[in-house]
Design a protein around this ligand. Sequence first.
Ligand SMILES: Cc1cc2nc3c(=O)[nH]c(=O)nc-3n(C[C@H](O)[C@H](O)[C@H](O)COP(=O)(O)O)c2cc1C
Length: 181
Amino acid sequence: MPPTRLLGICGALRTGSTNRMLLGEAFRLFGQAEVTLADLRLPLYDGDLEDQDGIPASVDRLASQIAASDAVVISTPEYNKAPPGVLKNALDWVSRVDGNPWQDKPVAILSAAAGRAGGEASQFALRLQLNPFRPRVLAGPAVMLASSRSAFDADNRLKEERMVKTLRDLMAGLRAEIRAA
Ligand SMILES: Cc1cc2nc3c(=O)[nH]c(=O)nc-3n(C[C@H](O)[C@H](O)[C@H](O)COP(=O)(O)O)c2cc1C
């Protein structure tokens, strides 16, 4: 049987992103899979750019990665109670390619943030932003990592066993959703 292909999308660009660490933990807990991390360093969406040059190669690559995956895991920070612009920019660009790579795609959403709510508002907003593309977004369990900069040990492992368990449950749900897809 071919390996399960997972695509990770991190809403933060910075090197030390705790959302990227959380994705790493999600993939570890998912188990055997072929993992790709998306690159959201895309141009800003601009209709003139699209008219002149068409879809940028970086956007085509992202759309193909989504289409080729068995499931997508998105981890979003919270910037002023919403997902960062880079994430929305990526969703907007991908909506401009032919076809819809998100259609019926199993998706798990995570969030990691400095605040005590762990990016709850951002995660909720991201769910709404994905709605137009009709993916199969898991309803839960909710993985919202609060005070995320102190949540990982020196090996980038989650310190709190309760969070590991919730993330493991979400990944088990994602595996089941892939099988059902
Ligand atoms: C522009 C901006 C706005 C932010 N707004 C919030 C916020 O509304 N809620 C929150 O919990 N943290 C907020 N933060 C802090 C982020 O949660 C924190 O920087 C987090 O580590 C970002 O995720 P990362 O570690 O993956 O980069 C904000 C950070 C920035 C840069």
